[in-house]
Ligand binder design. Sequence first.
Ligand code: ADP
Length: 501
Amino acid sequence: MDVKVQSLIEQFGITEQTREFLAKPKYMYIDGQFQSDLDRPTIAAINPCTGGKITEIPLGTAADVDTAVKAAKHAMYKGEWSKFSPRDREQALRKLAELIRENAQTIAEIESLDSGKAISGCKAVDLNVAANTFEYYAGWATKIEGSTRDTSFPVDCVTYTRKQPVGVVGAIVPWNWPLGMAVWKMAAPLAVGCSIVLKPAEITSLSMLYLMELAEKAGFPKGAINIVTGKGSVVGNAIVEHKDVSKISFTGSTNTGKIVGQAAISRVAHATLELGGKSPMIAFEDADIDALAKNTLGSVYFNAGQVCSAGSRLYVHRSRYDEAVAKIKAIAEGIKLGPCLDPETVMGPVINKTQQDSILGFIEQGKAQGATLVTGGEALASDGTFVRPTLFADCTNDMTIVQEEIFGPVLVVIPFDTEEEAVELANDNIYGLASSIWTKDLSRANRLIPQIDAGAVWVNIHDPGDPAMPFGGFKQSGIGKDLGPEQLAYFLETKSVWIKI
Ligand code: ADP
């Protein structure tokens, strides 16, 4: 471990469990074993606050994916996992949620160090997302059902449909919510009895490896969950192309999602793709602008803006435009940037230098294209990859910063005059992940909900979340849904059964 990371740890302290976990060498988790015998090249896990190395993560190979898929297949069709009753699955999922809550401080420390997330937000949001999602799908394990059908077929038959798990699930997740997104991918398939081969993002694998220690304690048998760490082009690609992976569940960028989706369809495998976003917020003349400004802390300024559903485009009625800009500026300037482990920190760094450079590049483009930089717009002088919360006014829809996903703490503001214009501007984007409407007039909100081209429309709030509510985009934001009962359907095949009597 680099001395810079050590001194960060010494300054803020971590639990003894976190220390022990970080001190151990890291191995992939396949067939119920941490693979200490595999000699693989490694990639450094870097702490984004300091730029220092935390530990090393093995770079898996296509052969490791094959071993993991074989283990997953055996577990699901022949091994102990195949013998788990719905109630057994429910109990294992519930136990895992309980262990996440019991070990919340340790998981938050690991996640915060690895991803740079402010530990306060990590505890308040990421940990609850994970535990709540496992608990929600635990409840579904015992409620999978088909239906009997009355047919008009001339021969007497008993006819019914039967739901059964789709097979081995290949899950590929990004670095912005390493734990949360992975749990979104794991909970529903485990509830219905699928087994999983999951690849974390190569730069944020630590929380998944820790989670496997808890999964063992929760009673998941070998092969039910397998973690293969490594690169997207190697491990991710091998998962997508493996003939025995029946279903791909992917969250990441739209560009990578297109590659993954094409590879999956070329061998007729199911794929759910949760991709990018550039989600609009539309504030009318009667909007509560104070509430909207405050909500940016839970959306575009949360997690340093690395949130796919972030409200990153704000359309405001011209009569409230100046007020909105002034109030959001005050919020943005009040955000405390700092080291991830500091409980007082509200915003940590972005994930790495590549991402920081990309965000700063967008900011330069915004300035060059004539947007007014109201606040932020720069990096901090620090070893960490911090970007100040940024607000652009006087934007127009043709600007790059209005059209493209920046995936950083950057909000753009655009005025409008009529309701029709607002909807047109909001829909004028390749993405359609989420949106919000800010108005006291619920008749207007209801009128607009069907007109907004997005997988979610929130009214007077942006970025709420609960496992009961499906999440997934329209247009280039994706195919399919995570969460809710809707997600279960992606992991179940329907079998038509006819029995002549
Ligand atoms: P980002 O641009 O935010 O890093 P990506 O979409 O590239 O997001 O990555 C999301 C996940 O997809 C990561 O786990 C990454 O390693 C993986 N990945 C990247 N390229 C591929 C690929 N060709 N096939 C499968 N997975 C990939």
